[in-house]
Design a binder for this molecule. Structure first.
Ligand code: BMA
Length: 387
């Protein structure tokens, strides 16, 4: 007995120098392309340097403009682009040539190519339609069990994945290589608003769907340019965050989305109060995310955030940066700059544009040593082997 214990201790001590090697993060796709593997290693390393800034649809449109080559609301504020560019492929499943927000898929492909060619990083989400009703992602008619193998809509679901896979396979850089993508399907999975979310699927059903989807894209469709991102909305406990975690072999990154909302008091003091409340809840969630990411040896991210219309002028430094700076986050991405939204009768944007109320503070956020934008990331050559 004693002898076995000594042997065990010896084995542990002897393996210590190699721990760092065994701890290095491995993608779930063993056939991932070289560029995808390189990106993953760089993402891991760069969390030591700071957090990358991301923006949804950044190159496609902004407040009061659309489809102007080279234009970006972020660029007009800080003379640099985001490091991470978010895109959504909803509507591919219905053979539309434009996505859910009117972005033509042909343009989206060009933007993603530009991002890759210029050393930035692309991430994709998919507000997939409800496969049972063909209604929107927000149609919560129960659907998950019927798209699993053996379910009535399984073949239809596969045909939708085929369409997504065709698009993903077409993403190539000027060097002819597949563009690595941070792929974030079935996002905000604990929220009640999407057909795959909350109580609309049991944990077992959700996990079965997630695992099937990855195996289908990786093994059937032979896509090897995807880094899979697990994503919840904000949550109360680590139990809630992990309730539908599909397992370490089915996720490369862990993340959540969390938005700041104004209360009924929209005076300066009321907005500050809302921002402070958000800052506190963000820190609480980031603490849990970091602990779980560490435990499971994954990279973490704040995959969506923002304060619609950014009415609090110091939101970037006092609210967002003061929360994220103490965590090892890969990136934070703010949602799209739609501009005036008829359906809600509000301005719908999450990044500043030139002259916007929070633009000055955003410049300070940009200057923080712990934030990274495209110019800095391009120098890191994230698709090449790390030295
Ligand atoms: C939501 C809003 C919608 C949009 C959807 C998908 O948060 O921005 O206007 O259609 O995301 O991008």
């Amino acid at each position: 007995m004693i002898k076995t214990r000594w042997c065990f201790l010896f084995a542990v001590l002897a393996s210590l120098p190699f721990m760092a090697v065994t701890q290095s993060k491995k993608l779930l796709d063993k056939k991932a392309t070289v560029e995808t593997r390189n990106l993953y290693q760089h993402l891991d390393r760069l969390t030591q340097k700071g957090v990358m800034f991301g923006h949804q649809d950044d190159l496609a449109y902004g407040v009061n403009w659309k489809y102007e080559v080279g234009r970006s609301d972020i660029k007009e504020v800080v003379n640099d682009y985001p490091a991470v560019f978010g895109w959504d492929i909803a509507n591919l499943e219905s053979d539309d040539d434009k996505n859910i927000d009117g972005v033509p898929f042909s343009k989206m492909k060009d933007y993603m190519k530009w991002v890759y060619d210029n050393g930035g990083i692309n991430t994709i989400s998919w507000h997939m339609k409800n496969p049972v009703t063909a209604g929107s992602a927000w149609d919560t008619t129960r659907a998950v069990s019927s798209i699993l193998p053996g379910g009535a809509q399984h073949e239809l679901y596969k045909s939708w994945l085929d369409k997504g896979a065709r698009f993903l396979a077409q993403l190539k850089g000027s060097n002819g290589k597949a563009i690595p993508i941070l792929f974030r399907p079935f996002h905000e999975l604990n929220g009640a608003w999407f057909w795959w979310g909350g109580k609309h699927a049991s944990p077992a059903e959700f996990i079965a769907l997630w695992q099937f989807t990855i195996k289908y894209l990786r093994d059937e469709k032979q896509l090897h340019n995807l880094i899979y991102v697990y994503n919840t909305n904000s949550f109360a406990t680590s139990k809630e965050f992990m309730e539908k975690y599909p397992g370490d072999d089915y996720a490369d990154m862990m993340s959540f989305d969390s938005y700041c909302f104004a209360g009924s008091d929209t005076t300066a003091a009321g907005l500050k109060q809302a921002a402070d409340k958000f800052n506190k809840s963000l820190k609480h969630n980031l603490g849990i995310l970091q602990a779980q990411a560490k435990l499971h040896n994954k990279i973490s991210a704040l995959a969506e955030t923002g304060f619609e219309g950014i009415p609090y002028p110091k939101w970037w430094t006092e609210t967002l940066y003061s929360a994220v700076k103490d965590y090892q986050l890969s990136y934070v991405l703010v949602w799209r700059n739609h501009g005036w939204q008829k359906s809600t009768q509000r301005f719908h944007y999450y990044a500043p544009y030139k002259g916007q109320l929070s633009a000055t503070d955003f410049k300070d956020f940009y200057k923080e040593t712990g934030t990274m934008f495209k110019n800095e990331i391009a120098k890191e050559k994230v698709y090449q082997q790390k030295k």
